[in-house]
Design a protein. Structure first.
Length: 275
């Protein structure tokens, strides 16, 4: 009897593992297609003249990060570790792997969170005029499954936030409309698939982006729109480009600010070749 029970436990572990792998393979299949659609062009450099239409603080930012005379960015791979939480709940640690495409806007974010000693995978996909968020216990039982127009708009804010913080070379994109507020502040309107969002970017005297604020993002917990910001506290040089190494994600609820995410950049690679 004991041997039979051990065999059954082993089979359950194997089945759960295969389901987890299948969930992650869906992410990798989407990544493969996204990289095919967002290939970099050899020798296509970002030049000083490409900055001319940008507000002065955005121009200084792109010079600070070091993207001038470097290849234009068509896609990116990002690895984070950090902590996340829902309001009223404890922090849980996570690691994430993410690919973004900027020719045909795509954001594919696969997270592995640790909850109650278990690994809980989550997949956020923004592609083909759709956005979805799925979190599954063991990669099998849905905990969160959300999609729809509100999520697409929310994730349009998220991908633009990624562009500003992690892929600043993409800010020359003609699909962004800029407005100069003052010497350290600029406002942007970003449009994808007919959906427009706005954000205000704040810079310091060194040219560093220090905060991103938007009122167009929806919280998944209640699908209501709240002010969203990502204050940045540290920069680091990754392969010759100065980008954020630590930042927070903040909801500005009516009863006060709530930090729901802490992100520490581990790896970043621009213009990944299709695999």
């Amino acid at each position: 009897m004991l041997r039979l029970m051990l065999i059954l436990v082993l089979l359950v572990i194997i089945v759960v593992g295969l389901i987890f792998i299948h969930f992650e393979q869906e992410f990798h299949r989407d990544v493969h297609l996204a990289l095919q659609q967002n290939k970099a062009q050899t020798g296509d450099l970002l030049l000083e003249k490409d900055l001319e239409h940008l507000p002065p603080p955005v121009q200084r930012y792109l010079r600070f990060v070091g993207v001038v005379n470097q290849p234009k960015v068509k896609n990116i791979r990002i690895v984070f570790k950090g902590q996340m939480r829902d309001k009223g709940k404890d922090w849980f640690p996570f690691t994430s792997e993410q690919y973004n495409g900027f020719e045909k806007y795509t954001r594919l974010f696969f997270m592995k969170g640790k909850m109650f000693g278990l690994t809980v995978p989550g997949y956020h996909a923004y592609q083909n005029k759709n956005a979805s968020m799925r979190i599954k216990l063991f990669g099998l039982f849905p905990i969160v499954s959300v999609q729809g127009n509100e999520l697409f708009k929310a994730e349009t804010v998220t991908i633009f936030n990624d562009m500003c913080l992690l892929a600043p070379a993409t800010l020359i994109d003609s699909r962004i409309r800029w407005e100069t507020i003052d010497d350290t502040t600029a406002r942007a309107s970003f449009t994808n698939e007919g959906v427009s969002i706005q954000a205000t970017l704040y810079f310091n005297a060194r040219g560093q982006l220090v905060n991103f604020v938007s009122d167009d993002r929806y919280a998944v917990s209640d699908m209501k729109r709240y002010r969203f910001s990502t204050p940045i506290t540290d920069y680091k040089n990754f392969n010759g480009i100065n980008v954020i190494s630590f930042g927070e994600a903040v909801w500005h609820y009516p009863d006060g600010e709530f930090v729901y995410g802490k992100f520490e950049l581990q790896e970043i690679v621009y213009n990944v070749e299709p695999f």
